[in-house]
Design a protein around this ligand. Structure first.
Ligand SMILES: *Cc1c(COP(=O)(O)O)cnc(C)c1O
Length: 447
């Protein structure tokens, strides 16, 4: 059946040339099995979320909110019980008063560390914004100002854990170990839940009482298991990434051992008050519905990431992860080797957005960065990166980081738009596209 005429014609009217459309189709044909695996994980996680909602008897009353102090907020307390069950944790803190992922992580750290304690990262440098929380970069109110020291051991060249130096670094003052699941905007590989489990087991054998915390940002619902299943004591993330399902307009979560979560609650509000206060206002319906949608939304983002990887690797660009590797987060990196690549990729993503598609992103001097940065985001929730978004520093090796997509169909359109934008700018020609498509077909028939 010729689809150009229906869907294809619509693509055409929205700026996708016939060549790009056809190339996308060829790439997609090779991804059927991959997509089935992603759907299988989504099915498992959908049931996991649904079971937790049913078990905790989420009711219509839970969707309403409280104001003022927020005492006896049924919906808030039930949602926290649901999160605890979904993540197989003893307890959970899920609040709109946790403003973002960095805040959730800072809260988890500051509430569970005391002066004289040491924080340890066995997986190298943490996410940029945590450098100021920890005080790696001197900063007002950092852990360093409160007398909490920090130590880190980098991954080995090949991405393995440096067990020897990890062992040496664990000392009597080591109170908390922070493990970042996602590579974030670095070049190291993302850690699977399985590898996180191996690392935690090694550390606990040496120092059983240490708190192992996982920064789970971008990792939720990508696998069937979550870090608690692998032995983590505390897991932290943002609701404007995967678990908010695109609907949560703000928020963060901390799940884990009761002791850790209680500490966080008393720090979030106040000693003596803890989790008993914190009105949910009118936000709970979006938290519940977002969590309900999160497994399939994450699957859509993953399909987009895999599709982008295949699309660009066939054209000879370096991609990480590649189109065949197993996935442990939703971030996709593509390296263009020239500034116009990053810029036009982002402009293509922007032009595919449901909001602000008419604006043209420009590189700018973002505070805290040593090079200009370009960002594409046309999101319903400002800054949400479970929605289709892309960004990259305009410096060698000119890598763009891409993530999100509330629906697979939108992610696909955005990626095709990025390719179209690169073609319209003259960075890729029709011949290259034809060859890449031909290459995919040959590989398929030869296997
Ligand atoms: C996004 C992210 C954070 C910080 O979250 P914000 O909501 O941007 O503050 C921390 N760690 C990782 C790995 C992230 O991806």
């Amino acid at each position: 059946m010729d689809t150009r005429g229906g869907t294809g014609e619509l693509y055409g009217s929205m700026g996708i040339s016939n060549e790009v459309y056809e190339y996308g189709k060829i790439v997609l044909e090779g991804l059927k099995e991959r997509f089935e695996q992603i759907d299988d994980v989504a099915e498992y996680n959908q049931l996991k979320v649904l079971r937790a909602m049913q078990k905790n008897q989420v009711s219509e009353a839970c969707l309403l909110g409280t104001t003022g102090y927020g005492y006896n907020d049924l919906g808030r307390d039930t949602l926290e019980a649901v999160y605890a069950d979904v993540f197989h944790a003893e307890d959970a803190l899920v609040r709109p008063q946790i403003t973002c992922g960095t805040h959730a992580l800072a809260l988890a750290l500051m509430s569970n560390l005391r002066p004289g304690d040491e924080l340890f990262s066995p997986v190298g440098k943490p996410y940029d914004t945590l450098e100021e929380v920890i005080g790696i970069r001197p900063s007002r109110g950092s852990l360093a100002e409160y007398g909490v020291t920090y130590r880190q051991v980098d991954l080995l060249e090949n991405g393995d854990f440096d067990y020897e130096n990890i062992k040496k670094s664990l000392c009597s003052r080591t109170r908390l170990v922070t493990i970042q699941r996602s590579k974030g905007y670095q070049t190291r590989p993302t850690l699977s839940v399985e590898r996180i489990g191996e690392l935690i087991a090694f550390i606990k054998k040496i120092k059983p009482d240490v708190i192992c915390m996982v920064d789970n940002c971008y990792g939720e619902f990508v696998e069937e298991r979550e870090p608690i299943d692998a032995g983590a004591d505390m897991v932290v993330g943002s609701l404007i990434k995967n678990p908010g399902g695109g609907l949560a307009p703000i928020g963060g979560y901390i799940v884990g051992a009761k002791e850790c979560v209680e500490n966080a609650a008393y720090r979030l509000t106040s000693p003596g008050l803890g989790r008993e206060v914190g009105a949910s206002l009118g936000i709970l319906k979006d938290f519940y519905q977002g969590l309900f949608l999160a497994p399939t939304v994450t699957a859509s983002a993953l399909k987009g990431a895999v599709f982008a990887a295949r699309l660009y690797e066939n054209l000879g660009y370096q991609v990480a992860p590649d189109g065949s590797e197993s996935r442990h987060d939703i971030i996709q990196a593509v390296t263009f080797g020239q500034p116009e690549g990053v810029i036009n990729f982002c402009r293509g993503i922007q032009s595919a957005a449901p909001v602000d598609s008419h604006v043209t992103p420009q590189p700018w001097d973002m505070p805290g960065y040593d090079a200009q940065v370009i960002m594409a985001a046309g999101a319903f929730v400002s800054g949400s990166s479970i929605e289709l978004s892309a960004d990259g520093p305009v410096k060698p090796p000119y890598t763009v980081y891409f993530q999100g997509g509330l629906t697979w169909q939108h992610a696909k359109f955005g990626i095709l738009k990025s390719l179209q934008s690169l073609m319209d700018a003259g960075l890729i020609d029709k011949e290259a596209l034809r060859k890449a498509g031909h290459g995919v077909k040959c590989r398929k028939t030869s296997k």
